[in-house]
Design a protein around this ligand. Structure first.
Ligand code: 5GP
Length: 190
């Protein structure tokens, strides 16, 4: 197992477009593989188990915390846990690939500290909080209460941008995807 693999961390408030950018990169750069997080939230829309997330029960999540199986985990929203399993990173490095993460801001900073020197941490910045709110509401997948929780968290998270290696503005998706491709390509090749 390689201890020297690279990691690319995409963090942003929910709704900033990081998932779309990460999927774009996965389609373009064969050297990348997505770190599938574990979560206790139910699958949304056409999400698939073991592809988008490992959808597990809260009991299983807590058991895995106790067994120290997570590199990082968080109760991202009250009662809802998300985390990166150590085995996930090892699985991808064993293939000689670079791990790419779609992770919340605190989780991203945590990984950046832990894998200092091996990681590129990119913060995806939405045009404004208002646009972010519109995008989140437009999804139509969350209850009003959950939406309010996501808005509050997003507002707080925007302040963390300067702590990342790079701030990638997502004002126009095509431009952001092209910039992301260049940044990631340069980092992998370095
Ligand atoms: P969503 O429910 O919209 O898929 O994700 C909510 C938030 O949790 C997003 O910001 C997403 O990037 C983040 N997230 C996904 N996986 C992980 C993880 O393994 N650890 C942490 N800390 N956050 C995660």
């Amino acid at each position: 197992m390689s201890q020297n693999g690279k990691l690319i961390i995409f963090s942003a408030p929910s709704g900033a477009g990081k998932t779309t950018i990460v999927h774009h990169l996965l389609g373009k750069i064969p050297d990348l593989e997505f770190s599938i997080s574990a979560t206790t939230r139910p699958a949304r829309g056409d999400e698939e188990h073991q592809k988008d997330y490992y959808f597990i029960s809260k009991e299983e999540f807590l058991h895995r915390i106790a067994k120290k199986q997570f590199v990082e985990f968080e109760e991202v929203y009250s009662g809802t846990f998300y985390g990166t399993l150590r085995t996930e990173i090892e699985r991808i490095w064993a293939k000689g690939k670079t791990v790419i993460f779609d992770i919340d801001v605190e989780g991203g900073m945590h990984l950046k500290r832990k894998y200092d020197g091996q990681a590129l941490a990119i913060f995806v910045q939405p045009p404004s909080l208002e646009v972010l709110k519109q995008r989140l509401s437009g999804r139509g997948t969350d209850s009003e209460e959950k939406l309010q929780e996501r808005f509050a968290k997003a507002e707080k998270e925007l302040n963390y941008a300067p702590q990342f290696d790079i701030i990638l503005k997502n004002y126009d998706l095509q431009t952001a995807c092209a910039e992301a491709e260049k940044l990631v390509g340069d980092f992998i090749g370095s």
